[in-house]
Ligand binder design. Structure first.
Ligand code: F6P
Length: 324
């Protein structure tokens, strides 16, 4: 393989830059030419490809976001869009791709590979940690720590005012950020999309706390929870609880996607970036590089998308025990 390209796609995640750096520097080390593609699949379609050198990735290991920029491409979902993308790759002599992203990115890569056969290896970049085939995804650790920092701050004011706070964290279909930040932040309850916690149970838990003279409580809610978002859940509680309850809602939103990556994310991103590149060089295609039990493994895109990554329900039980 003489020339490859790297791109980031979908929601950005802290550590993507460290991953790009590993791909580019790894390629230079192995004597392979490397191109960057701007704005994910949109840039592939628009022909936004440029040659990179080891200097192109200087001073980025510590930076959040992605220097290659990212997008969720609607056009790549169409055969016409994919044809344009293929033509641009051929025009630039690209023989293989490293795709850094999540579910949507790998779905696109899988279809593209089936149609045009350009080998692609993925590196899991998403704060949600919702990909089967790796213990952790790039950006997840940083996002958990960002959420935790906010929870700690909110606990101070919750306790000063004897308030209940519903704190919404990201995770469209996944409760990983909620559960980790909730445990670390000493939350009274964590609500995740994978396990239904009915409103009656939320009220029960809060009331048990009040009966033990707890004056403030924190409930961490993953944005994809079945009972609704944090604001909707808080509203339901207000309507169903008798008497005055002082409830506030904080949605952490995109703060969780930014910021300098943690040491863990930088190391994970470096291992996965190099792992994806070297996998591609060794003939891997249509797979995602992941780390399971500290070992580099490759999992077919199809499995990373199709297979669920279950959360550890015992951790939810632990939240209740420890908040007594
Ligand atoms: O997939 C990562 C994620 O941050 C989800 O947790 C969230 O639901 C979604 O992206 C938000 O996407 P956007 O930035 O496009 O609004």
């Amino acid at each position: 393989m003489k020339r490859i390209a790297v791109f980031t796609s979908g929601g950005d995640a802290p550590g993507m830059n460290a991953c790009i750096r590993a791909v580019v520097r790894g390629a230079v080390y192995h004597g392979i030419e490397v191109f960057g593609i701007r704005k994910g699949y949109n840039g592939m379609i628009a022909g936004e490809l440029f040659e990179m050198s080891s200097h192109s990735v200087s001073n980025i290991v510590q930076r959040g976001g992605t220097i290659l920029k990212s997008a969720r491409s609607k056009e790549f979902m169409t055969p016409e869009g994919r044809k344009k993308a293929y033509d641009n790759l051929v025009a630039h002599g690209i023989e293989g791709l490293v795709a850094i992203g999540g579910n949507g990115t790998f779905t696109g890569a899988m279809i593209f590979q089936r149609e045009y056969g350009i080998p692609t290896v993925g590196a899991p970049g998403t704060i949600d940690n919702d990909l089967y085939g790796t213990d952790y995804t790039i950006g997840y650790d940083t996002a958990v720590n960002t959420a935790l920092d906010a929870i700690d701050r909110i606990r101070d004011t919750a306790s000063s005012h004897d308030r209940i706070f519903f704190i919404e964290v990201m995770g469209r279909d996944s409760g990983y950020i909620a559960i980790q930040s909730g445990i670390a932040g000493g939350a009274e309850l964590v609500m995740v999309p994978e396990v239904l916690t009915p409103i009656s149970e939320v009220i029960d838990t809060l009331q048990q706390g009040w009966s033990r003279s707890k004056s403030s409580s924190i409930v961490v809610v993953a944005e994809g929870d079945e009972e609704g978002n944090a604001a909707q859940i808080a509203e339901k509680i207000k309507q169903q609880v008798e008497g005055d309850v002082d409830i506030r809602v904080t949605t952490l939103g995109h703060t969780q996607r930014g910021g300098s990556p943690s040491a863990q994310d930088r190391i994970l991103a470096s291992r996965l970036g190099l792992g994806a590149l070297e996998g591609l060089m060794a003939g891997q295609k249509n797979v995602m590089a992941g780390i399971i039990n500290n070992e580099l493994v490759y999992t077919p895109f199809e499995d990373t998308i199709r297979l669920p990554k279950p959360i550890n329900e015992d951790l939810l039980r632990m939240v209740r025990i420890l908040s007594i």
